[in-house]
Design a binder for this molecule. Structure first.
Ligand code: NAD
Length: 317
């Protein structure tokens, strides 16, 4: 293989970099400013980006030797994908790299809400030494998850990863997905002995039967869960959204939290990122995180590995 030069303009994890270097690729991680790319990128056969660097039509036109545009992560909003593909340039991303990390964060939110941990973590530093007994009373009466039903809306990579975790907690799992009828869930370590076959069910069934509902759908263009769907849920349901801001209508959520219909919610994504509504941020029954579902060291390493494998395969063809 003659020398192939790749520009990792937004960085690449060390593991992915060394996998590529072992295969003979030259990886340049010096960041080139967006305005300098039309002059400097033509020296490379590929560019690896995250969300910062834009690869638009005009840049693509300047780089006739470009073979691949690789995005570490999922969204391809910063790349003119169709135009690149029309020029014979491969566009790849790493949709599977962060699934386990997102699922773990979701489960953390479920535990937070079920045991009032988000509230006690706020209150203990303030009055844990003066009002201990009062706080103990306030945060008693939590929910044991064993035996409860988890409803998963969107049974793709993250939905199934969450299902595997929840099985370990002894939860019963039901899922809805218009494109998946049946899925096999093994244990988290891939242990096939505990494998179960799960048939998806209609949305109504998930809404009616679940004690906890978590969304793992792609962008839907509008809320999937609004007032009408919440009304169909069990009283005291826990709702989690780590999919897309707005997949749960935030004003419907606030209303149902205030009536007690929804016991609590966990949100990693918001309608108005990066300035979520202050009513959402200050609500005592919402456990919050700033869109960090996929932001772990392991997910970053996985992104590098998935990118490296895909790039190696592409140039081997
Ligand atoms: P995926 O494509 O593997 O799974 C999504 C599933 O949703 C698919 O199986 C699809 O058939 C199903 N689906 C589509 N429309 C549906 C509907 N109306 N009702 C029920 N199911 C429906 O995607 P994934 O990797 O599991 O990611 C899921 C979501 O998680 C995406 O929105 C993604 O943006 C988000 N995400 C969030 C973070 C984070 O940091 N919080 C990180 C990565 C991904």
């Amino acid at each position: 293989m003659s020398e192939i030069r790749l520009l990792a303009n937004d960085g690449i994890d060390d593991i992915g970099k060394s996998m590529l270097e072992k295969e003979g690729f030259v990886i340049d991680t010096a960041r080139i400013l967006q305005e300098e790319l039309p002059v400097k990128l033509p020296a490379y056969q590929g560019i690896i980006v995250r969300s910062a660097t834009e690869v638009r039509k005009s840049l693509i036109d300047q780089c006739p030797g470009l073979k691949v545009i690789a995005r570490g992560g999922v969204g391809l909003d910063n790349i003119d994908v169709e135009y690149a593909q029309s020029k014979g340039i491969a566009v790849i991303n790493t949709p599977a790299a962060s699934s386990e990390s997102v699922a773990e964060l979701v489960f953390a939110h479920i535990l937070m809400i079920a045991r009032f941990l988000h509230q006690s973590n706020r209150a203990m530093p303030v009055s844990g030494n003066t009002d201990f007994t009062k706080l103990k009373k306030a945060y008693s009466g939590g929910i044991e998850l064993k035996g409860k039903t988890l409803g998963i809306i969107g049974f793709g990579r993250i939905g199934q990863a969450l299902g595997r975790i929840a099985r370990g907690f002894g939860m019963h799992i039901i899922a809805v997905d218009p494109y998946i009828n049946v899925a096999e869930l093994s244990g988290r370590t891939g242990d096939a002995s505990g494998k179960v076959v799960l048939h998806t069910v209609p949305l109504d069934e998930v809404l009616h039967k679940s004690d906890v509902i978590s969304l793992h759908v792609p962008g839907t263009g509008g809320p999937l869960i609004s007032h009408a769907e919440i009304e169909q849920m069990k009283d005291g349901v826990i709702l989690i959204n780590a999919a897309r801001g707005g997949a749960i209508d935030e004003s419907a959520l606030l209303g149902s939290l205030n009536t007690g219909k929804v016991f609590g919610a966990g949100l990693d994504v918001f309608e108005n990122e990066p300035t979520p509504s202050s009513e959402i941020l200050s609500h005592p029954r919402i456990s919050l995180s700033p869109h960090i579902g996929g932001s772990t060291e392991q997910a970053q390493a996985n992104i590098g590995i998935e990118l490296a494998n895909k790039i190696i395969e592409l140039f081997r063809k």
